[in-house]
Design a protein. Structure first.
Lengths: 417, 728
């Protein structure tokens, strides 16, 4: 425990100091941290899931408070909580099935029996779950035609389960933890590969001789464009520089290094150029439950320009960026104001910042917000690692990933399972 | 991948780098000044809250984030409080960041502190020297790298100071942080610091640079728009330098200037200018105000109230720069204006207006209060109808209803202000009486941080006891004279030190009042006018004439001073019968000290001799001549000593002429007689007299009175010389 506690403290400090940049890195680190929290958590015989959930919630609460603006932290905490609930549920139903069917022996070492019971348990679990839960569109469309693939495809988002090898009752406590860790590992893997999975879909969206516009720099967008380039698509990219951090410059540099025809423009030139653009592809900081996007500052303007000229506005977002909260939720801190020094040199304007005369407050205020909110109606398409989705579909996707009990992460035990 | 590569290359290129000591820092948790009195009598400056977090937490948070691994906190005044704070804080439990305290009771300056640290032998490599009242978010990587590279090339580059651009005001000659205008000469190519002056004399309007500065430099740039951030990257030699020069006290005034002036050791100091990042030191109340506002405006990001770099309070940033803690009780009708911070657990009553202020934790503010541009610390009670404008109110202060604080007031801990009482501007109020005055400022600066403590700690002890118990406090308040702070008030109003009144508005937390500004502008304009009056000549060549004029003023003043001195010396010589040689010695030293020519000495001595003759009692002109003869025969040796040249002899004649015209009119009838006397006594040669005659030939008629008077004598001289010529 103490080593986990130091890990947690370490991560908390990093979050507080804003030392981790980028939601993917944050998400991955959060998931890894929670994995070690789970693995070090001693579980009692009864209500193991409850104990795990409490432990994760306790850590998660601290993590969320440390960096309220980085929504990915909260997302991952909720995902892990959801995983625990799912695994618990599937184990319970499997155990029930095992009892009913009298197939599973009481021993643990029934390796030779593995194949059959697994399948049956999983089938029962899936069936039980689909009755317990409102069916998601995905399960409706994909799962029912092919029952054999249930263990894999029904795993809401493909990470929560499907690893339950045996519904052994006596070893359930160890089993649950083991399964949860397995599932979290899969989650970590998913986060790591989300760029590739999104990029795989690039060819379907980018066509020959198109002009793509993007703003600022996003690793997802970069990979996406490269993937299209590698598939021998020839297209041009307009990069808006993304003041005040000018990460667009870096993006342009990398694009050129990979042989893409690139044009760098100022943010204010976006409207002038938008009529020549076939598609706007941007990254996001977070996607809210209503399909609104929290994105780097300046993107709302781009989205409005795109709408005016009927240019598709495509947002790339890994599933760790899906946030189950609504933007009007007071829990959500939508923006972060960074140092004004990114905009102007303090020394040069020091006489404007003078407090010595007059009312004692300067007449010049410099505001440097980090994010914009792009309302869902301006977004044409979301591309996540599970495919393309409409903004209005986001809430269904979120229902797959998160349990409604976890929307408010609080330490107070509200464990239903 | 990139990181890996970096790590690999670093490992291969520099094996010594691997063995290097962790980056260390010395944090001086004592400013060794008294600018924040009376507050600092009870609590050390570094623990004073700055936007609801102790100053030292900003410094430590920055050091930690900048990659410093080991910090030595030097505590002197109130060391117990600092150590207690650090022990209870999270700073001792940070990974990869160790904080060690060094305690001292007898250090009175930064110099003493560094000498003590040197004795401890804990610093092994380059270190960051900073005081605990510095707020910054700069990255150290670049400056450290620059420093190390310079060190490799030149082991004498011992120190790099961080500077930042900041224009001083043209009117008040101080920066926005309330510090005096700073002049620095920097080599633009190497960034070497060549000259540093923070106490320039503005009255003169000029600074003096040693011309040797330019000897081996192609160019130097002179700045008055830079601000010293008081963040120094030092090599270990700095500590030993302090030990070697035991009289170094102040980091800048003694150490830095000492190194710059000392060209024997050849130590060099370099500068590093930061542009986008922030660094500033809280030196006085004005910088406390300015830096608080910078923090609220987020220039110090990520060290801002809503980022939890310290402690556990959760504060949210709302529209227009309002920071509100999660649990505050705010009346619906209260108006919280822009750029305001409200601490946890504070209650605000109806119709209260707050703007541009910082309110601490657990304060209770009544209805109809107006607070503007003020800093209210923790657990302050402000009853209804109070007005606060640009003031600092420390912990536990109670303001009874209707009290008013005018701009610039500082209320120290637990002061009570009576009902309807108006505290006048710039007053400082404390429960502790003002210590007896020190003689000089200098002494005050380094004065007894330690001697003060003993008495104070006992006092604070009693105060702590009474804390919370209202009855007890009530009893205590009985002791206070009601006149000072109204009925029920408690505290002493500190009187402003002499000469300090002018400075009060400069360093106060309040903005400079418009009248003061107007006054200063007026003064500056007057100066300008005065200077222009002096040069009533056409603008061409104005500069030269101008300077001549001012020189003239000074010279004439010097002249009379010099003459008086010489006269005094001479009279003493006469009275005490001092030998001529000794008088010569004395007059020579006078001459050197006031930078005079020998001709001036001759004139002055002659003047004194004549005056002596004049003062000897006489009844007629002939008696006067006799007296003069006597004096001259007695002292011609002295006079002769200074008359090596013909010019000097002429000077003596002219002087005599002047005297006859002005100060000693009695001599005028006997001018020719005395001239002859001088000639006779071989004090003045005939060439000098003839030359004088030649010079005066072109002069006005009025000037020639004495020439005419001496006409016969001159004529005789001419004839005599002609005869001599003929004889030859």
């Amino acid at each position: 425990m103490p080593d986990v506690q130091t890990l947690v403290n370490d991560f908390l400090i990093k979050l507080k100091k804003r030392k981790i940049e980028g939601s993917q890195a944050t998400a991955k680190l959060t998931a890894e941290l929670l994995r070690s929290v789970i693995s070090s958590q001693r579980v009692p015989y009864t209500n193991q899931a409850g104990a795990l959930i409490d432990a994760v919630k306790a850590v998660g609460e601290q993590l969320i408070a440390a960096s309220p603006v980085e929504l990915a932290v909260g997302n991952i905490v909720r995902r892990v909580l959801h995983i625990i609930r799912e695994e618990d549920l599937s184990l319970t139903t499997a155990a029930m099935a095992g009892l009913n069917l009298s197939i599973v022996s009481d021993d643990e070492d029934d390796g030779e029996h593995d194949n059959y019971p697994v399948l049956s348990a999983a089938v029962v679990a899936a069936a039980a779950r689909s009755t317990l839960r409102p069916p998601s569109l995905q399960t409706l469309l994909e799962d029912i035609p092919d029952t054999a693939a249930i263990p894999h495809t029904s795993s809401s988002g493909g990470d929560s389960e499907g690893k339950s090898k045996s519904g052994d009752k006596s070893s359930r406590s160890r089993k649950l933890k083991h399964d949860v860790i397995e599932a979290v590992n899969e989650l970590i893997q998913d986060i790591g590969t989300c760029h590739e999975q999104i990029a795989e879909q690039a060819v379907e969206h980018i066509h020959h001789n198109e002009v793509i516009l993007t703003l600022g720099s996003s690793r997802t967008v970069l990979e996406f464009l490269f993937a299209a380039k590698e598939k021998k698509r020839s297209f041009r990219v307009f990069v808006a520089e993304g003041a005040p951090r000018y990460q667009g410059h870096l993006l342009a540099k990398e694009l050129v290094a990979r042989g893409l025809q690139t044009t760098l423009i100022t943010d204010s030139a976006v409207f002038a150029m938008i009529s020549r653009v076939n598609m706007v592809i941007v990254g996001a900081h977070a996607v809210m439950a209503n399909g609104g996007v929290i994105a780097p500052v300046g993107l709302n303007m781009v989205a409005l320009a795109a709408q005016r000229h009927a240019v598709p506005f495509v947002v790339l977002a890994g599933s760790h960026k899906l946030c189950p909260l609504y933007p009007h939720n007071p829990e959500v801190l939508l923006n972060e104001l960074r140092s004004p020094s990114e905009l102007l040199d303090f020394g040069e304007f020091s006489d404007c910042m003078d407090f010595r005369s007059g009312t004692g407050s300067p007449l010049l205020h410099v505001v440097n917000p980090t994010f914009d909110f792009v309302p869902p109606k301006l977004v044409s398409l979301f591309i996540t690692d599970t495919g393309g989705h409409n903004p209005s579909y986001m809430y269904r996707l979120i229902a797959d990933y998160y349990s409604a009990d976890d929307l408010v992460v609080q330490r107070r035990p509200a464990t239903g399972s | 991948m990139v990181a890996q590569k970096k790590g690999a290359s670093r490992g291969s290129e520099d094996p010594e780098e691997l063995a290097r000591v962790p980056l260390q820092a010395i944090l001086l948790a004592d400013s060794f000044t008294t600018k924040f009195r009376p507050i600092t009598l009870e609590r050390p400056k570094v623990l004073l809250p700055l936007v609801n977090a102790p100053m030292i937490s900003y410094t430590l948070a920055w050091l930690e984030s900048a990659g410093v691994e080991e910090v030595f906190v030097f505590c002197c005044a109130h060391s117990k409080q600092v150590i207690k704070y650090l022990e209870n804080s999270e700073w001792f439990s940070q990974p990869n960041f160790t904080v060690t305290t060094i305690e001292s009771h007898d250090s009175v300056s930064a110099g003493d502190a560094l000498r003590l640290i040197y004795e401890r032998n804990v610093i092994h490599g380059d270190f960051v020297l900073i005081s605990g009242d510095t707020v910054s978010n700069m990255s150290l990587t670049q400056v450290l790298q620059e420093h190390k590279e310079r060190r490799k090339k030149d082991s004498n580059a011992v120190m790099t100071i961080v500077i930042k651009r900041s224009k001083p005001s043209q009117i008040t000659r101080q920066s926005r942080l309330g510090t005096d205008e700073l002049f620095m000469a920097i080599d633009p190519n190497t960034k070497q610091l060549l000259y540093y002056e923070d106490k320039a004399d503005h009255a003169k309007g000029s600074i003096y640079l040693d011309k040797l500065l330019l000897a081996d430099k192609s160019s130097i740039s002179l700045h008055n728009d830079k601000q010293d951030c008081y963040i120094d990257i030092c090599s270990p030699e700095v500590l030993s330098l302090f030990t070697d020069n035991f009289d170094y006290q102040h980091l800048r005034r003694h150490f830095l200037k000492g190194l710059l002036v000392d060209d024997i050791m050849g130590y060099k100091i370099f500068t590093h200018e930061i542009h986008s990042s922030y660094a500033a030191r809280i030196d006085n109340y004005r910088s406390y105000d300015a830096i608080s506002k910078d923090i609220i405006q987020r220039w110090t990001y990520p060290l801002v109230p809503d980022v939890k770099f310290f402690g556990d309070s959760s504060t949210k940033l709302e529209r227009l720069g309002m920071y509100r803690a999660s649990e505050i009780g705010q009346s619906r009708s209260a108006q919280i204006g822009p750029f305001t911070v409200i601490g946890n657990g504070t209650k605000i009553g109806d119709n209260t207006k707050i703007s541009n202020s910082v309110i601490g934790e657990g304060c209770s503010i009544g209805p109809n209060v107006s607070i503007e541009g003020s800093y209210v610390w923790n657990n302050v009670t402000i009853e209804d109808g109070c007005k606060l404008r640009h003031v600092i109110v420390c912990d536990g202060v109670i303001m009874k209803s209707g009290a008013v604080l005018e701009p610039g007031v500082v209320l120290s801990f637990k002061v009570v202000i009576g009902q309807q009482f108006i505290v006048p501007s710039y007053s400082k109020v404390s429960l502790l009486p003002q210590p007896t005055k020190q003689d000089s400022d200098e002494e005050l600066e380094y004065a007894d941080n330690s001697t003060g403590i003993a008495e104070i700690s006992s006092l604070t002890h009693t105060l702590d006891k009474s804390n919370g118990e209202i009855v007890n406090e009530q009893q205590e308040t009985q002791r206070w004279p009601t006149s000072e702070l109204g009925t029920g008030g408690a505290g002493y109003v500190w009187s402003v030190c002499e000469g300090g009144h002018d400075e009060e508005w400069r360093h106060s937390v309040a903005p400079i009042p418009a009248e003061k500004l107007a006054e200063v502008i007026q003064a500056v304009e007057d100066d300008l006018e005065f200077a222009q009056d002096g040069s009533s000549l056409p603008p061409s060549g104005e500069l030269k004439l101008d300077s001549n004029d001012s020189d003239y003023d000074e010279e004439s003043r010097d002249d009379s001073y010099f003459e008086n001195e010489v006269e005094a010396t001479f009279l003493r010589a006469v009275d005490e019968n001092i030998k001529v040689e000794h008088v010569v010695l004395e007059v020579n030293s006078l001459r050197l000290s006031s930078n005079k020519q020998t001709a001036d000495c001759a004139g002055a001595i002659f003047y004194s001799m004549m005056k002596l003759a004049l003062e000897t009692p006489h009844n007629s002109a002939s008696e006067l001549v006799q007296a003069t003869t006597k004096v001259i025969t007695n002292w011609k040796g002295l006079l002769k000593y200074y008359l090596s040249d013909i010019d000097e002899e002429i000077e003596v004649i002219m002087k005599f002429e002047d005297m006859c015209l002005e100060s000693a009119k009695e001599f005028s009838p006997v001018f020719d007689k005395i001239l002859y006397l001088l000639y006779d006594q071989e004090v003045i040669r005939e060439e000098a007299i003839l030359r004088w005659d030649d010079e005066k030939r072109e002069a006005d008629e009025s000037d020639r009175i004495f020439v005419r008077q001496a006409e016969t004598f001159i004529k005789w001289l001419r004839e005599a010389s002609e005869e001599e010529d003929e004889e030859e």
